[in-house]
Design a binder for this molecule. Structure first.
Ligand code: ASP
Length: 328
């Protein structure tokens, strides 16, 4: 850990000097491709959001922004990769609510899940949906609950590992209906969706950014959205409260991070580029089709992101502790 800290601060200093020094006029950051690490597999909801953000940020920064998938272990593998990357603004992390739950779910991590990062800004808050394979024998949330209670030993619930939003949503559902189910972890809910489509798993809870099109085409069943109001892209899907489970509430917020020690001017420039991306017409239109909206500009800042994240860690800690669910 000592060696890592030393290396990090040295690089941080070098980065700051480059920006502040004479090279600045000729070589403003960024001078090459920026990589956003998504800590889940390609084709899933976090990946979908990240690719739209990357493309729009790239236009604003005048450099290519690429997405790299590093799925596994509920998002902690990708997060660790970024926490340990050079803090030069060229390696970023686009993660979700897992940033609030992993500090409690994991008691031993090889990186600091809170202080290992600089916050750049919030991105969006996405509703979740409880979905099932097409021939699941229920059509409403109440019918689904009855099947879950009756068939609990024969049902599989897919998620993206402990720390994923799909894990948290499943934890809330199982607590609400007081029934445990067998969970099957994937490197992301993109691959999990393929298994749901082919009927090899029974149930999943995932963001609308991964489920809206499959729901609207009739490829999978849906029982509810986990928000207080209905989602415009899914007008016929009842809310948890309408389905009789008012406490089954969760939205998946996404945020953009850099490794701790990334120079402040680079973080500010990234935040500006994020704010511009969130106003991008193509991004806004695609978000709407997928059941979500970008956050307001004042929330896409390092300070607002940090405050929101800290409050959210405190919000989920007692819930996770009460459930007694730890990853290690
Ligand atoms: N957001 C998903 C989840 O937490 C994972 C993914 O993006 O693939 O389950």
């Amino acid at each position: 850990a000592m060696a890592r800290l030393t290396r990090r601060s040295t690089l941080g200093l070098a980065g700051a000097l480059t920006l502040g020094g004479a090279a600045r006029a000729q070589q403003p950051w960024p001078t090459r491709t920026v990589t956003i690490i998504v800590p889940f597999a390609a084709g899933g909801p976090t990946d979908t959001v990240a690719r739209l953000v990357a493309e729009a940020m790239g236009r604003n920064l005048g450099q290519t922004v690429v997405v790299e998938n590093a799925g596994g272990a509920g998002g902690t593998i990708g997060a660790q990769k970024v926490a340990m990357a050079r803090p030069d603004g060229y390696t970023l992390l686009l993660h979700h609510i897992g940033m609030s739950t992993t500090p409690t779910l994991y008691r031993r991590l090889a990186y600091d899940p809170v202080n290992g990062f600089e916050t750049i800004g919030l991105v969006t808050e996405v509703p979740m949906t409880l979905v099932a394979k097409k021939d699941f024998p229920a059509n409403t949330l109440q019918e689904a609950i009855a099947v879950i209670r009756r068939e609990r030993d024969n049902l599989n619930y897919a998620n993206a590992g402990i720390g994923a939003a799909s894990h948290l949503c499943g934890l809330l559902l199982m607590k609400a209906v007081d029934t445990p189910m067998t969970t099957v972890p994937f490197r992301g809910t993109g691959p999990a969706m393929q298994e749901l489509l082919s009927g090899r798993v029974d149930l999943m809870c995932d963001q609308t950014t991964n489920t809206t099109e499959q729901i609207n085409s009739g490829a999978i069943k849906v029982f509810n959205v986990t928000t207080e109001s209905r989602v415009p892209a899914l007008p016929n899907v009842p809310t948890s409260a309408e389905g009789g489970l008012p406490d089954f509430q969760v939205t998946v917020w996404h945020g953009l991070y850099a490794p701790k020690g990334t120079p402040a001017p680079v973080v500010q420039r990234l935040s500006q580029a994020l704010q511009a991306a969130l106003r991008d017409e193509r991004l806004v239109a695609r978000f709407a089709e997928l059941g979500t909206t970008p956050v307001a500009q004042e929330r896409a800042t390092p300070e607002a992101h940090r405050r929101f994240w800290q409050a959210d860690i405190a919000k989920w800690r007692p819930i996770i502790q009460a459930a007694g669910q730890y990853a290690d």
